[in-house]
Design a protein around this ligand. Structure first.
Ligand code: ATP
Length: 778
């Protein structure tokens, strides 16, 4: 299943607005419109109605009637205009060359050729063997650029090629599959062509052969307007995926950076007028389908250029597939083709106007970089793409070597052959099933390892929290071994037996976390060993499959057998699709867990910051220190933030008289606490201030935390696991009981909610239930 969602692209244009979002770069990208004017054909009588002016403008001559009225010729401005004598190389360099590099940098891009029938679209996109077009040149450049990548970067190119003919999708790399379904979710996103052949290769020659094969399979018919008129829209998709492994961190996790870019190259069928093409019957019906889908495309372009809030992409399969290119995360180049001949003036004018509207469309594009900080997530996609290559190799084997088959037919009596074929088929099915089992096992082990890494991080956070809390509150010093379980704290001064009891309980909590951590580490080692064994088994299985594949061509004896095998491969393909969906779900689940952990960390940091502010404030109030102006400004900003959050949180209706403004105008700051009423600031200062002084503090009152975690900064985004479940408020005056309560929560809820239950045998499973001892993937 091929996905046509989330894409992006970059641009070399300096006018683009790049924003850095951490690792990802986002930019506002205008749809680039290029115009190519094809040379006059021999049968066109030599008069021209349009020509290029200075690579940016097309001048459209008047009609005879306008000339008499002395109407000025129309001028159209575009990003770039190629005149009649432009070469294939110039067009490629001016429109697509930069995209090839962008794809390697993890951006998505689309180039599509638009124009009336016979205007030169296929010439630009496909070209001839002596003068290749954009598709071949772009693929060549992608492979050349990939060769320059560092050796440790893993690089794969996957391609698919399809056509939309009469609103039906056909696989050009495997036309025998018949019509394919287009699927998307209810909101029209994640568009997928089910069952489309995706071939993964690192060989330029193979890609060129595939492209040639696809072009030969395309529906092309002669019409009065064009001897080789394309009767379908052809869509070539090239996906480049790079993963580079970098440093290992203290947890021995591999950090993998994955960049994925996709280049979509589309040769649209030409818009046509029945009068000009003189089409009848089947040709006329094709023309109607072509025009309808181009009309849908035109409507989308109109809506987008006019800034419409709703754009209807659902009118044709073409627009559904182009949705991302037109309005999503994708850099898009539209190459508009026109004939200069006077006879085609009206069509050319329509096309130029169409292009003019498209000129106003812009997209937000983003680099597709996934920083995978956990072990092996990157392999999910590899697993699926390996499976798909396996299937497509088998398919190719089925088709090749027919002469050999004929020879073997003569040698073998009928029933021997039947048994032989059956046994081979069974062996292939078995080998494939075995591969699927092992790959699934690997995937599940990886997923389990990811979960263990997250659980380990969580335990580290718990340990670090309790330890820092003890050091801070009771001024204890730790000996050098406290990082390990079973270590005693050195207590300087203890005059309270209860405190000592609590200390011991804290210590027990830390110890428990350490115990959990040791078990997690043990489980991690066990899984890693299982993984190594599974990988070895898979390698053996793959070799066995390859041997069976080699035998295949000589064993197929009839079309029925071929069909049977094709059916079997289809089943395998669907299995692979299913596995892909499962793997994507796993990746999403892990991403969610990772974000939960991140939220917990941020919340912890925020609590520490609040504590620092509160303590510093106490010192300032006690010492009656004057506030420096810049700090006062910062407090004002802080106050505004809290109010904004409070407003959203509690839907406070009437904030007409802003306390911030009124308090600041009196040179004082309003209270910090969001729960405090604004017009009682002086009472509140008395109620919540840390001192009994009548000194009029310029600082906001201190907010005393209550039993539950108070969010001084206003409402926080709640992670799926409440931060309170992991970290108690540092500043809680009566935190001892609360701490005890939390400790229980830490060891039960947090782990449970991360869905890692500890079973009786000291093993963790990812299901969150105390079930049996089954190995992942078994
Ligand atoms: N720039 C060019 N230089 C030389 N020949 C060209 C050029 N553009 C187009 N041609 C020739 O014009 C004819 C029509 O071109 P082409 O088939 O590419 O048109 P098309 O727009 O793809 O038409 P259709 O929509 O009917 O498929 C072909 O014979 C092609 O070789």
């Amino acid at each position: 299943m091929t996905q046509y969602s989330s894409g992006s692209s970059s641009s070399s244009s300096s006018s683009n607005d790049f924003k850095d979002r951490g690792d990802r770069r986002t930019l506002e990208q205008k749809l680039m419109v290029a115009v190519r004017i094809r040379p006059l054909a021999q049968n066109e009588n030599g008069t021209r109605s349009l020509h290029a002016v200075k690579n940016k403008m097309v001048m459209l001559e008047d009609q005879e009637s306008d000339k008499q009225k002395r109407v000025a010729p129309r001028q159209y401005l575009y990003d770039i205009v190629f005149g009649e004598d432009s070469t294939q190389e110039e067009v490629y360099e001016g429109t697509t060359k930069n995209l090839a590099q962008d794809i390697l940098n993890g951006y998505n891009a689309t180039v599509f050729a638009y124009g009336a029938t016979g205007s030169g679209k296929t010439y630009t996109m496909v070209g001839t063997s002596s003068n290749p077009g954009i598709m071949v040149r772009a693929l060549n450049d992608i492979f050349l650029a990939a060769k320059k990548l560092p050796d440790d970067a893993k690089f794969t190119v996957t391609m698919s090629y399809m056509e939309i003919y009469n609103e039906n999708i056909r696989d050009l790399l495997n036309p025998s599959l018949g019509y394919l379904d287009l699927r998307d979710d209810t909101r029209g996103r994640n568009i997928q062509v089910s069952g489309l052949t995706e071939i993964s290769t690192n060989s330029t020659e193979e890609v060129m052969q595939l492209l040639h094969r696809g072009n030969k399979a395309r529906t092309v018919e002669p019409t009065a307007a064009n001897k080789t008129s394309s009767r379908s829209h052809a869509l070539l998709s090239v996906t480049v995926r790079q993963s580079s492994r970098s440093t290992q961190d203290s947890d021995k996790c591999l950090h993998t950076k994955i960049k994925q870019g996709r280049l979509f190259m589309i040769d649209l069928a030409g818009s046509e007028r029945a009068k000009q093409t003189k089409n009848k019957g089947k040709r006329l019906q094709e023309g109607a389908h072509i025009n309808r889908s181009l009309l849908a495309l035109g409507n989308c372009i109109n809506a987008l250029s006019g800034g419409a809030r709703y754009v209807n992409y659902r009118d044709s399969k073409l627009t559904r597939l182009l949705k991302e290119a037109l309005s999503g995360n994708c850099r898009t180049v539209m190459i508009v083709h026109v004939s200069p001949a006077s006879a085609h003036r009206d069509e050319s004018k329509n096309t130029l106007m169409y292009a003019d509207r498209a000129n106003k469309i812009s997209n937000k594009v983003e680099q597709n970089v996934l920083d995978v900080s956990y072990l092996h997530v990157a392999q999910y996609r590899d697993v699926i793409s390996d499976l798909k290559s396996e299937i497509s190799r088998l398919r190719n084997k089925m088709k090749s070597d027919i002469p050999k088959r004929a020879e073997s037919e003569e040698k073998m009596p009928d029933n021997t052959h039947g048994n032989d074929f059956r046994s081979l088929r069974e062996k292939i099915v078995f080998a494939f099933k075995e591969q699927m089992r092992l790959r699934r096992k690997l995937m599940e082990l990886d997923s389990h390892l990811l979960g263990l890494n997250i659980a380990a991080e969580q335990q580290h956070s718990i340990i670090s929290h309790w330890e820092s809390k003890n050091n801070r509150v009771y001024g204890k010093t730790r000996d050098s071994d406290t990082d390990r379980p079973g270590t005693d704290y050195q207590v300087d001064e203890i005059d309270d037996v209860d405190l000592l009891k609590d200390d011991l309980e804290d210590d027990a909590a830390v110890q428990q976390a350490w115990t959990e951590l040791t078990e997690i580490t043990r489980e991690r080692e066990r899984c890693t060993e299982m993984r190594i064994v599974a990988e070895k088994e898979l390698e053996i299985c793959r070799k066995r499959s390859a041997k069976l594949e080699d035998e295949l061509p000589s064993r197929i004896n009839s079309d029925e057998e071929r069909e049977l095998l094709a059916l079997m491969l289809r089943v395998h393909e669907l299995e692979a699709d299913k596995m892909m969906l499962q793997s994507e779900r796993l990746v999403k689940q892990h991403e969610l867990r990772r974000r939960e952990l991140l939220l917990l960390r941020y919340d912890r940091q925020r609590q520490i910051s609040d504590e620092i502010i509160t303590r510093q404030r106490r010192i300032m109030e006690d010492g009656r220190m004057a506030l420096p102006a810049d700090l006062q400004n910062l407090y004002a900003l802080y106050q505004q933030e809290i109010q904004a959050a409070t407003y959203v949180d509690s839907n406070l209706g009437d904030l007409a008289v802003s306390p911030t403004v009124s308090s600041l105008s009196r040179g004082r700051l309003p209270p910090i606490s969001s729960r405090l009423s604004y017009n009682l600031s002086s009472d509140l200062r008395l109620a919540s201030s840390s001192t009994d002084s009548d000194w009029d503090s310029p600082l906001p009152p201190i907010h005393e935390p209550q039993e539950e975690v108070e969010h001084v900064m206003g409402p926080v985004v709640q992670p799926l696991i409440s931060p309170a479940a992991l970290f108690p408020p540092i500043s809680a005056a009566n935190s001892r009981n609360y701490d005890k309560k939390l400790r229980r929560t830490v060891s039960d809820d947090s782990i449970n909610s991360m869905r890692f239950a500890h079973n009786g045998n000291g093993r963790y499973n990812a299901s969150g239930t105390k079930t049996d001892d089954r190995e992942p993937g078994s």
